[in-house]
Design a protein around this ligand. Structure first.
Ligand SMILES: C[S@@+](CC[C@H](N)C(=O)[O-])C[C@H]1O[C@@H](n2cnc3c(N)ncnc32)[C@H](O)[C@@H]1O
Length: 346
């Protein structure tokens, strides 16, 4: 079996997939890993600030403000953005439509049910695909979506690229890596990587990013902004000869490992995003990159009006908490440098 099939089943199998039950798989302290969303409501609050100023500065008179998110998991970021908007500008917030794209029917039903019971779920809709989320103008947003896309794995052996696949181990009672000759869809990518890697060098590629970007680029007809937030590298760093063991990682109970076969369906499996691949797919789809920065710079920019409003005040307990979360999100040695933001526009 190819690794891409194994990862698809491990993460998204209807009954046993790691991401099949978003409300039992906890992201954050009691779960397997942290995301910027799980740090607290500050991430959504700052994105709300950035969205409002982008909308008012660039989308003047463009009708109802629309935000589309994919990879929303349990809907927490959607709730944080909406409550951030309500705190900043209740009239503007009242106009905003927030659409989550969730293609899996069971996850969609669970999300809809949870949002309907939650007063902070006001204004948030859940739809099944890009076609149902379309608008003439709007913002698309995703945090750590593309690092969860199943990847193909490749290995360089005796001067040739091979596909790294999943087979049985020597005793036949577990799974192990096996290699086979490259299938057709991976050949152009391997040719582009070229040669000169050490024996056993292995890496990965998410080919599905191309199709995803092409479809997603059709979301907005007239004017759109995309904020794609994730960890990853530009191609020159991703496939550097020195990165001998790629970026595939597994997380369980906040412990990282490189063994995806240890407990399929019970651990997260992820790979960094190749931002160059994303940008190339965006350009082919008629979008252009307007910004590529790290989370540190992106959020400091977004936070400016909030930080100015605090000047000269002694922070109360809620503000002090928000400032602590802000530091975690932006500090270069915490989440500020690891996470990148690619901004695309029509
Ligand atoms: C690493 S989690 C990030 C969750 C959340 N955005 C956060 O930052 O806390 C990745 C999420 O993307 C979801 N996902 C993966 N592929 C998806 C797709 N094609 N459409 C919608 N969600 C998807 C997974 O189910 C999972 O909830």
């Amino acid at each position: 079996m190819s690794f891409v099939e194994f990862m698809e089943i491990s993460l998204y199998h209807d009954d046993y997939g790691y991401y099949t039950e978003p409300f039992s798989r906890v992201i954050g302290r009691p779960g397997d890993f942290y995301t910027s969303v799980s740090v607290g409501a500050t991430f959504g609050f700052l994105l709300a600030h950035a969205f409002r100023s982008a909308w008012q500065g660039e989308f003047g008179g463009a009708g109802r403000p629309v935000i589309v998110e994919q990879g929303a998991h349990d809907g927490r970021l959607a709730r944080d953005v909406m409550s951030g908007l309500r705190a900043i500008d209740p009239v503007f917030a009242g106009d905003v439509v927030y659409r989550i794209i969730e293609p899996r029917p069971a996850v969609r039903a669970a999300l809809e049910e949870r949002l309907a019971r939650d007063p902070e779920g006001r204004g948030i809709e859940v739809v099944g695909d890009v076609a149902a989320a379309k608008a003439s103008c709007g913002l698309f947003l995703c945090n750590e979506l593309l690092d969860a896309f199943p990847v193909h794995c490749l290995v360089y052996l005796e001067g040739e690229w091979h596909e790294r696949c999943v087979g049985l181990n020597g005793s036949g009672d577990g799974l192990a890596w096996v290699s086979r000759s490259l299938p057709e869809p991976l050949r152009p990518f391997a040719a582009e990587l070229g040669h000169g890697f050490c024996d056993g060098y292995h890496t990965e590629v998410a080919l599905s990013v191309d199709h995803w970007m092409a479809e997603n680029a059709t979301l907005f007809e007239e004017k759109g902004i995309w904020w794609i937030i994730d960890y990853g590298y530009e191609r020159v760093d991703y496939y550097a000869p020195s990165r001998r063991t790629g970026t595939l990682r597994c997380y369980q109970g906040h412990r990282a490992s490189e063994d995806p076969f240890a407990s399929p369906g019970r651990q997260d499996i992820t790979a960094h995003l190749d931002f160059t691949r994303l940008e190339e797919a965006a350009v082919r789809s008629g979008l252009k990159r307007s910004r590529f920065t790290d989370q540190h710079h992106f959020l400091i920019d977004a936070a400016r009006p909030w930080l100015l409003s605090l000047e000269g005040q002694v922070p109360d307990a809620a503000t002090a908490k928000r400032l602590r979360q802000f530091q975690t999100l932006t500090h270069p040695s915490l989440m500020g440098q690891q996470f990148k933001v690619m901004e695309l526009r029509i």
